[in-house]
Structures are given as C-alpha cells and as structure tokens.
Design a binder for this molecule. Structure first.
Ligand code: ZN
Length: 385
C-alpha cells in the first residue's frame, strides 16, 4: 500500500508568551498529548508561510502550506472564496470578500456583526441586491459574503478584523473600484438601518449588521491542479470558504462536514470521523480548523486554549485510525495581545519520517527542530519525500 498523508492545520494557533499563562503561550499551556506525540516521535521546524512584503492573511498562508507560491498565483481572497461558493468568475470579474460588520459612531466595532447567521446575512444581502446596479452580492457563510464587480479593476482595501475598534473612514477602499464600492456601502447602511433582521438582532441584544465591508478583491487565480503537482489524490476538510475555494481551484475533493461551523463551537470529532473515512480513498488530506484563530481575534485566552485542546483531541481520534504520515501546524500566529495575524514563522511537526530532539509541540520547540526555517511551499515536498 502506498503511503498516505494528512496535514492538520489549526488556524492561528501560534502565539506569544502571556503573563496570564505564567509566561507560556496558549500552545504551551494547553493539554495537547497528541500534538506533543507528533513532535516527540517526529521532527519539527519553522515554516515561513507569509512571503516578504505580503500581509499575513489566511489566504496567503494556506496557499503556501498547500504548495502554491502566493507570489505567482495570489490575486485576492474574494476570488478564492467565489470558487468555494460555486461562483465561476468571468475573465473581467473582480470578486471582493464582503463582510457584514457593525459600525457605530464611525468606529468598526465588530468585523463579523456578532457572528450573524447565514440566514440573516442572506436576507440582508437579498434586500441590498435589489438596490445595487452593476454589481451583485452573494450570500456565503455567516458574515463571510461576496460582492462581484463585472469589469472591476481592483483597489486598495483593508481587512476589517485588522482595524476593529478604529475609525472606519480611515480604512475605506481606495483606488479604481473604490467609487462603486463606497456607493454600495452607503446603500447598505440605508437598507440595513431599519431592516427586520437588524430589528430582531437588536431585540436579542446581538450586534446588528450596519454595513457591508468589501475587501481583498481579485480575479480568477492561476492555481494548478494539486494532483498534477504532487501526483496525489487530495482532499480538503474546512468550514471556511477561502480554504474550500483554494481546494476547488486545485481540483481537490471538498469534503463538507455537518456541524463544522468555522467557529469555536465547531464539531471537532465530526471532522475527525470524516477525515478517517476520506483517508481510506484519498492519498492526501488537508484538515483545517478555524476555531483557534477566532479565539485569537476575540482576545480570549480561555477560548484559545480550549480550541487548541479540542483540535488535539480531533488529532487523537484521527491518529487512532490513520497510520500514514501526519503534519501539524498553524498557518500564522494570531496573538491574543494584538487580536490579529502576524507574519512570523510558525512551528510545524511531521510524524512518520525521522525523529529529532524536540519534546512537545510549541513555538519554542519548533525553533529547535531539525528542519530549521523553511519556506511555506516546501512543507508538502518535505512531507511526501
Ligand atoms: Zn488563518
């Protein structure tokens, strides 16, 4: 039987030492016997998932981990998510991620409008579409939606999770498509202001979606099929459109898991069960868990440690049934201190090749690993060699 491979990625797991954890990082403070086993019986290193000059988005970092150099293939997050949502972009279309956000008194209070439900988001965007011309919104999962501009040219934009608590007007779109996008934002503010969805949310003491926030637009990216590059039949398990979009362009199997939410309440064990089944017929599986990143954005140490422990239990379930090679890593740090991503290299561990002197899975141990510091795109070649 030929070797099989599994990468388990805990989004944003890496962090910094925290006084509240007696100088430990959340990875160090969490009880992670399975990740520690992978580190101890395998080997570690550090992975530079974000190339110099790029912002540390999950799109950039995960493309690198999957073997695609963002420098040659990245266009924007919106285009990746479009593929996952079943939207085929024409050559002249620019797709932007379109968050539903809460802006009050000019301040971006919440980049996800209180984790608004997909149904509520769809109702708001359906109303908005009736008033838009020359562009269209597509409802996605929760606050993660899309707006497509036919004949768009792209523009400078800012991820709202990077500027939470700051003045919205400082970070509005600038450049070619900005005029159209600003108009759409203005219309959304008017349509959403007294929308039944928001009236209901306010009554339930949830953040209302006061506006759309378009960002990271791009055209159809040039991503080669995964099997052409690595000669492996690959699949992806993720609740996040961005990851499923990369998988769609890469012609990987997209495995949807019921109960996977892209948040800290996701069904970790369901992901493990689906992974075990998928690995029976696939050569390669990429399992992405968004929860630790969301906890990082919330600035919650407790939720981050808990999310990491749930990821570890998920790994344990997979390892009880899967005997191929396993790699575990975050895509980027999402430090509690700053509640957003950084571009620092992340620790990774590979089980099933060789053993080094690392004893547990942590940022510090990653620095001691035998693989040293490698570019993100070299992880899969290393895993399968
Ligand atoms: Zn990420």
């Amino acid at each position: 039987m030929s070797e099989k491979y599994c990468i388990i990625l805990g989004d944003g797991m890496a962090d910094e030492p925290l006084a509240e954890l007696s100088g430990m990082t959340p990875l160090e403070a969490a009880h992670t016997p399975n990740m520690d086993y992978i580190a101890r019986e395998g080997s570690m290193g550090l992975l530079k998932t974000v190339p110099e000059g790029y912002s540390p988005g999950s799109d950039i970092a995960n493309l690198s981990v999957l073997g695609y150099d963002p420098v040659s293939c990245y266009t924007g997050r919106g285009a990746l998510e479009a593929a996952s949502m079943g939207i085929t972009l024409g050559d002249e279309d620019v797709a932007y991620r379109c968050n539903l956000v809460t802006i009050r008194n000019g301040i971006i209070e919440d980049f996800n409008a209180g984790h608004i439900s997909s149904e509520e988001g769809a109702a708001l965007l359906t109303s908005l579409n009736k008033h838009l011309t020359g562009m269209i919104c597509y409802p996605g999962i929760s606050y993660r939606n899309l707006i497509v501009l036919p004949g768009g040219k792209g523009c400078e934009s800012t991820a709202p999770h990077d500027v939470t608590g700051q003045q919205a007007e400082l970070y509005l779109p600038k450049g070619s498509d900005a005029e159209k996008l600003l108009k759409a934002m203005e219309i959304s503010r008017e349509i959403f202001a007294d929308h039944p969805v928001n009236r209901d949310r306010i009554r339930r003491e949830k953040n209302p979606a006061t506006s759309i926030w378009p960002w990271s637009g791009g055209k159809h990216p040039a991503i080669q099929p995964f099997s052409d590059i690595f000669g492996l039949k690959g699949g992806i398990i993720s609740a996040v459109d961005l990851l499923n979009g990369i998988g769609t362009y890469a012609k990987m199997e997209i495995i949807k898991v019921p109960g996977a939410t892209g948040f800290i309440d996701t069904d970790y064990q369901a992901k493990a069960r689906y992974a075990i089944e998928a690995l029976k017929y696939l050569d390669f599986l990429f399992i992405h868990v968004e929860a630790p990143d969301e906890a990082g954005h919330m600035g919650s140490i407790e939720e981050k440690v808990k999310a990491i422990e749930r990821v570890d239990e998920m790994i344990g379930t997979i390892m009880s049934q899967f005997t191929g090679r396993i790699a575990v890593l975050p895509d980027h740090p999402t430090p509690i201190r700053i509640k957003t991503h950084t571009a620092d290299p992340v620790p990774f561990a590979i089980l099933g090749k060789e053993k080094d002197t690392t004893t547990r899975f942590s940022e510090k141990e990653g620095q001691k690993g035998k693989y040293g510091l490698l570019p993100g795109t070299s992880l899969i070649p290393l895993l399968i060699s």
